[in-house]
Design a protein around this ligand. Structure first.
Ligand code: IVH
Length: 674
């Protein structure tokens, strides 16, 4: 392949990295491993070094992460949240040590603090006079999202501490490995997709819009940085001790070092020990210990000069590529996948690896017969990271970009500027098989016996031309398929019939509106309640109704509009409706149920969260809210600074006075931390 011009290559690399950064930071749904992202990023850095004239203002090297997504209130923080530059080798650590020494006056000998790099989602906490008043995500570093309500549900993180003034802290929201295993088992048994890794689970949970769901997730916060406050503390290691002495959670593992040899020893001690840590650790962080020295060293636009990360290598294995096949997705996207000689990697036998897109195949120049290195970097699907070019025998077969869909032979199309190649044929059997597979998934219509072999046979025999056809299959037709007796055919037909009863949210998941995941599908279903209503909306009504839903940004709203306006999609939904598929969405729990049903509350005084929010929590738990104490009020919830006359009045009416904390334990939530 001829090398593209540097300007073209540069533009392509920037676009690709921007797309990955968006998926990682905004959607919490990365499609490449960190190592792959770092590799592309490093290419960009090199290219910018060689061609400074190409550097564009929106290059990922000039930015930290990406903008926060719509749905949470955005907060501009006074002190930017920086990212860390990465190192991968002893030599790079020694270089960092040298740079620090050179950046300080001769008389100053730096000490360093080495600690685990926690793999979760970063968070900034602000305490004012001991009260947790704000928690924000990192967002683009400067502007984050207000996730205070979600963070308040984190067990082990006090919302009240014994401190004066303003205290700003940063740390990582994580999920312990054992907790992730437990919730993944539970999710699978409930037909939900398991989380790919603790980072996705933590980051995804923080973005949930309903703090009650967040409260059920086993999130933890481990703090690693004091940003503001506690002026008597002058070193990072002291700050960690101070944070712990306030009763706040930290990672509790750090070592103060001087020479670069000591730093390397501390890094390898973390590497040796990390399998036994309860949290996921993907590296170590090396920080100059003295705050005064951190200040002298300062920062670049993106990274502090006083700290770096050391990234541990992901577990890798070597194997041979048997074949490179092209898969057709339900939207027509063609994806290359490597069939491998089975090999053991991080505890499982791997025989397939994703190659993501054709640019990556071309970039790596993977050939059938090649020895390749594969790795799992926290993700479940392994990736091909490099090719052992030196091991080639000359027998390897280069991969040719498909010019046509491997299933229906329709010429493939590539949209300008996108890495993806697609099959444009909407009647492609390959797309249909993928769509049926998705439709039947447990979190969608949950049709248990509709596995790959049955789908294959149904489509190949033209018994099913779209998902609606499933609902007119007969036992005889299914029983005539290879390896399926009458009994299994009856079971499948029963399952298909039962799937008509799934609520609207499942149907929305099953038909696959781009960008609309399970949580969004439920919200959309709750807004429309029935398929009839959803189909009756004009584009303007969709914009109005869906635009109001918390968490639906303009892009998502337009995806819904587009989907509902699309002739084929609409016809399919109409046919499903005619077959009676999709039950009305049950409305969210109302006052009829819940731990507080039959009880009424009056809330007064200064509380740890907004009064309206406390009212909503009471109503959501089935309780009624009164503005004033009256006869029949069950409880007066008294926050701080409540006048005696109010509590006396309550007692006079026979109303029990309880604390805010007691209210939360009635609801079954973690307390205020008081
Ligand atoms: S210190 C300015 N310490 O890694 C330096 N960061 O790649 C601030 N991280 O955004 C970061 N563990 O979310 C620091 N022990 C640790 C960390 C840590 C994880 C995250 C952090 C940061 C990212 C940078």
């Amino acid at each position: 392949m001829k090398d593209p011009a540097p300007a073209d290559f540069y533009a392509q690399l920037v676009r690709e990295l921007q797309a990955h950064a968006y998926r990682y930071y905004v959607l919490d749904d990365p499609t490449v491993s960190d190592a792959e992202y770092d590799r592309l990023y490093q290419q960009l850095v090199e290219l910018e070094k060689a061609h400074p004239e190409l550097v564009s203002a929106d290059s990922p090297t000039r930015r930290v992460g990406d903008r926060p997504r719509d749905g949470f209130v955005k907060i501009t923080r006074p002190i930017k949240m920086l990212s860390l530059d990465n190192t991968y080798s002893a030599a790079e650590v020694a270089d960092f040590h040298k740079r620090v020494v050179a950046g300080l006056p001769d008389s100053q000998v730096p000490q360093f603090c080495v600690e685990p790099k926690l793999d979760g989602a970063s968070v900034e906490l602000v305490y004012e006079d001991g009260r947790l008043v704000q928690a924000t995500t990192r967002g683009d570093g400067e502007v984050g999202e207000d996730i205070t309500d979600n963070i308040r549900t984190v067990r082990g993180l006090p919302v009240r501490i014994d401190a004066k003034g303003r205290l700003t802290l940063r740390g990582e929201v994580v999920i312990y490995r054992a907790d992730l295993e437990r919730i993944n088992k539970q999710r699978e048994s409930e037909g939900e997709e398991p989380f790919a890794n603790p980072r996705n689970a933590a980051a995804g949970s923080l973005r949930l819009l309903d703090p009650r769901i967040v409260a059920a997730r086993p999130l933890r916060v481990l703090l690693y940085q004091l940003v503001e406050g506690a002026s008597m503390v002058s070193r990072h290691s002291e700050a960690l001790a101070h944070i712990a002495s306030l009763g706040l959670p930290t990672h509790r593992r750090h070592k103060v070092c001087s020479s670069s040899a000591e730093i390397l020893e501390a890094i390898s001690a973390i590497d040796q020990a990390r399998a036994g840590y309860p949290f996921e650790t993907d590296g170590a962080v090396i920080k100059v210990d003295a705050f005064a020295q951190q200040q002298i060293l300062g920062e670049t636009a993106k990274f502090p000069r006083w700290a770096v990360a050391f990234k541990f290598a992901a577990e890798q294995a070597e194997t041979t590529v048997r074949n490179i096949v092209v898969q057709v997705g339900r939207t027509g996207a063609l994806t290359p996948v490597a069939d491998l000689d089975p090999v053991l990697l991080a505890g499982t036998t791997v025989s397939r690896a994703s190659l993501h897109n054709f640019d990556i195949v071309a970039g790596l120049d993977v050939r059938v017969g090649d020895r390749v290195v594969i790795q799992k970097a926290g993700e479940i699907i392994p990736q091909v990271v490099s090719v052992r070019v030196g091991a080639r025998t000359g027998q390897e077969v280069a991969f040719r970009m498909p010019e046509a869909c491997p299933v229906c032979a329709t010429p493939a199309v590539r949209t300008e500027g996108q890495a993806a190649i697609r099959c444009p044929n909407r009647s492609c059997p390959g797309q249909l098989k993928a769509a049926l597979h998705h439709f039947a998934r447990r979190f969608a219509m949950d049709i248990d016996h509709l596995g790959p072999a049955v789908i294959e046979a149904l489509v190949d025999r033209k018994l099913v031309r779209d998902v609606v056809d499933l609902y007119s299959l007969s036992v005889e037709q299914v029983a005539a398929l290879p390896r399926l007796g009458t009994k299994s055919a009856e079971n499948l037909i029963k399952e298909i019939e039962a799937s008509c009863e799934r609520p609207l949210e499942r149907l929305i998941c099953a038909v696959g509106i781009p960008q609309v995941g399970q949580v969004a599908a439920r919200q959309l279903a709750e807004a429309a309640v029935t398929l009839d209503v959803l189909l009756s909306w004009s584009p303007e009504q969709v914009r109005e109704q869906v635009g109001r839903i918390h968490g639906f940004g303009p892009t998502m709203v337009e995806e819904v509009v587009k989907f509902l306006q699309d002739g084929a999609q609409r016809a399919q939904l109409e046919k499903l409706r005619a077959r009676g598929v999709g039950r009305p969405q049950p409305l969210p729990k109302t006052s009829a149920q819940g731990p507080l049903s039959g009880k009424s509350f009056c809330v007064t005084g200064v509380l740890s969260r907004k009064r309206e929010d406390v009212h909503t929590m009471i109503r959501d738990a089935g309780g009624a809210v009164h503005d004033k104490i009256k006869k029949g009020t069950t409880y007066l919830v008294a926050g701080d600074k409540v006048g005696k006359s109010k509590t006396d009045d309550a007692r006079k009416h026979g109303v029990q006075v309880i604390s805010e904390e007691a209210l939360y334990s009635l609801i079954g939530l973690a307390g205020t931390g008081k």
